[in-house]
Design a protein around this ligand. Structure first.
Ligand SMILES: O=C(O)Cc1cc(O)ccc1O
Ligand SMILES: [Fe+2]
Length: 466
């Protein structure tokens, strides 16, 4: 059976909306009308339900989609452990393999790698929790120089993957359609959705956050009102797009397609005769989506003081405690600073939450100095209660700056994965990547000046006299 791929010129058309109920047909009439699972679905397709939540999850949380495909996903031989997966030595579920340390960490830009594709180029750098308990997160760096094989597909059984493109373009074919993700764009591939990553512009590098529990949501807007930050209509979902290659029956024919899944941070593989990209139509609210960070409606202080960075939250994954995220995705895009009598960069602080940061482009206003500095493609981690803030050069600059309205961060964008969980670092993150900056603390804060001036008449031991 020759492979027939239906190339839809409109494959990069998108449907708009965050967690909206959407429907799309690559062939008119492929969706059943008025029901989900007719005795014989239209066009001889199989109906397959993809659940993103428990069947009985409350209506406002419930996420699922119905896929109408040539053959169901179940039609494949058993999975076999690959044993050689990039996660084998980096199991987030094995506490022994994550080192929990209070040290502030900063990494030089991670190396590009021409030999890997998106999956083999994914490195778990830090994490917390356990995917089998559906609790916690994994933080990744990816670097790839090759497109995934056109006869391969990958899905994560462990969680939803938020991908932050830093360098290079990802052209992602998912079961539900295509997403083109460029630097300054992000996408989310939900748990279970099969995909294949192509690199139309050459090597890529970026960051990713895997969410073992729940799903990303838009943050509450509270007194901001009904619009602002990331607006729901700017999230883009694919339109249906499929290939036709299925052997004579589900099992007959040579096994041409490889499907790999990450299950408990180990890789398992199966081979099947039919393409996994055979979904002709789908409807539901469980789907991959992309978002252009340039569309973020940034809000800040127009009077005084530096607000909490929660005002820059793009997406938030709630824990069971209200207002406490297992992961917030926060950005620091170009914006005007106008606050009067204010130290404008981030204050010095110690946070209950752990902060992993990356830089997509440009420079970050709290970090000017250091041998390597905080550079695009690099990262930092300030774990629970680890003190951090501007380096000495940034502090002196901002302390002495004339406070005119100022546009900061032109052409730049830093981001933060912020978690209520303390984060452990993998062996790859601490050693194998060889990017940890040895002198981060000293270079950032070693040169802080003492500005304290004891008022005249106050003796050094006056506190003892009171
Ligand atoms: O530490 C950081 O650089 C991130 C950050 C930025 C900010 O504006 C306020 C708090 C915060 O943690
Ligand atoms: Fe911070």
């Amino acid at each position: 059976m020759p492979t027939t791929t239906f190339e839809f010129p409109e494959r990069y058309r998108y449907q708009n909306g965050f967690r909206s109920y959407l429907e799309t047909e690559a062939v008119p009439g492929a969706l059943p009308i008025g029901q989900n699972s007719p005795q014989k679905p239209p066009l001889g397709l199989y109906a397959e339900k993809l659940s993103g939540t428990a069947f009985t999850a409350p209506r406002h949380e419930n996420q699922q989609s119905w896929l109408y495909r040539v053959l169901p996903s179940s039609a494949h031989p058993p999975f076999v452990s690959t044993g050689d997966g990039p996660f084998e030595s980096e199991k987030a579920s094995s506490p022994a393999r994550l080192e929990y340390i209070p040290n502030q960490l900063r990494w030089d830009p991670f190396d590009h790698d021409d030999t890997t594709d998106f999956v083999s180029g994914l490195h778990l750098i830090a994490g917390a929790g356990d995917p089998t308990l559906k609790q916690g997160i994994g933080m990744y760096i990816y670097a790839a120089g090759k497109s995934m094989d056109s006869h391969s597909a990958f899905y994560s059984s462990d969680g939803d993957l938020l991908i932050v493109a830093q360098d290079g373009v990802l052209d992602i074919r998912t079961e539900l359609g295509w997403l083109l993700v460029r630097p300054m764009e992000i996408c989310v591939i939900p748990r279970g959705v099969k995909y294949q990553v192509h690199l139309p512009s050459g090597p890529v590098r970026g960051y990713a956050l895997e969410l073992y529990q729940g799903h990303f949501a838009l943050p509450e807007l509270g007194p901001i009102g009904s619009n602002g930050l990331a607006n729901a209509r700017d999230f883009q979902a694919p339109v249906a797009c499929f290939s036709e290659d299925f052997g004579a029956t589900a099992s007959a024919g040579p096994s041409k397609y490889t499907v790999t899944t990450k299950f408990n941070n180990s890789l398992f593989r199966t081979e099947q005769a039919h393409t996994p990209f055979d979904v002709v139509a789908w409807h539901g609210n469980y789907y991959p989506y992309k978002y252009d960070l340039g569309r973020f409606n940034t809000i800040g202080s127009i009077s005084y003081d530096h607000p909490d960075p929660s005002i820059f939250t793009v997406l938030s994954a709630p824990s069971d405690r209200p207002g406490t995220a297992v992961a917030d995705f926060v950005i620091f895009p170009p914006r005007w600073l106008v606050a009067e009598d204010t130290f404008r960069p981030p204050w010095y602080h110690r946070n209950n939450m752990a902060e992993f940061m990356g830089l997509i482009a440009g420079a970050y206003d709290a970090k000017k100095g250091g041998t390597g500095g905080f550079v695009p493609g690099g990262a930092s981690l300030h774990n629970t209660m680890s003190g951090h803030g501007p380096d000495a050069a940034s502090y002196e600059g901002a302390r002495n700056a004339e406070l005119r309205p100022a546009l900061v961060g032109t052409g730049s964008c830093a981001f933060m994965f912020e978690s209520c969980l303390s984060v452990g670092v993998t062996e790859w993150g601490l050693k194998m990547c060889k990017k940890v900056q040895e002198y981060y603390n000293e270079e950032s804060w070693g040169g802080l000046q003492v500005h304290w001036k004891r008022p005249e008449g106050v003796s050094t031991d006056s506190h003892l006299l009171q």
